[in-house]
Design a protein around this ligand. Structure first.
Ligand code: DQA
Length: 149
């Protein structure tokens, strides 16, 4: 029997997420990005997904990654971090592509400062998951899978 090709997901971690584990621990917890990525890779194995994981502190780099993604991936899981609230460029990059994009956040952005209540990304994402700590990513990965035809 012909084996099904693994679905390919690009995970983008935005600015300052490289500092997880040390950064505002009372909000984001003690788990670092390496541990989050390990958990995601384990989950991807059980879901038979192929993962590419990138962290970037640079808006233009994230825009480039998104723009090139339809040729290489079936869906994107993104935590745009602070760019969630500021980046029209990332929003436009997502609006320009035709693969599903899921937005995730560790914290509940709606229970924090007012400036975090607006996401410029959510209107162009298929959906948003926030407030579940690292579980937001696991839920997001499953959501990606459910959206890939
Ligand atoms: C975040 C929430 C953003 O408001 C913040 O700028 C981040 C992390 C989260 O995962 O909870 O850097 O995206």
């Amino acid at each position: 029997m012909k084996q099904k090709k693994a679905k390919k997901i690009l995970i983008i971690h935005g600015p300052n997420l490289n500092l997880l584990g040390k950064r505002e621990v009372s909000i984001y917890g003690k788990v670092n990005l390496g541990e989050i990525n390990l958990k995601l890779k384990e989950l991807a194995k059980t879901l038979k997904l192929s993962l590419t994981i990138v962290q970037s502190n640079h808006e233009g780099e994230i825009v480039d990654l998104i723009g090139k993604s339809p040729k290489k991936y079936n869906a994107i899981l993104i935590n745009p971090a602070a760019y969630t609230h500021t980046s029209i460029a990332i929003r436009d990059a997502i609006a320009a592509i035709d693969i599903p994009v899921i937005e995730v956040h560790l914290s509940n952005i709606y229970s924090r400062e007012d400036f975090r209540h607006t996401s410029l990304i959510s209107a162009v994402a298929k959906g948003q998951i926030c407030g579940f700590g690292i579980e937001s990513y696991s839920l997001g990965l499953k959501a990606c899978l459910s959206l890939i035809p």
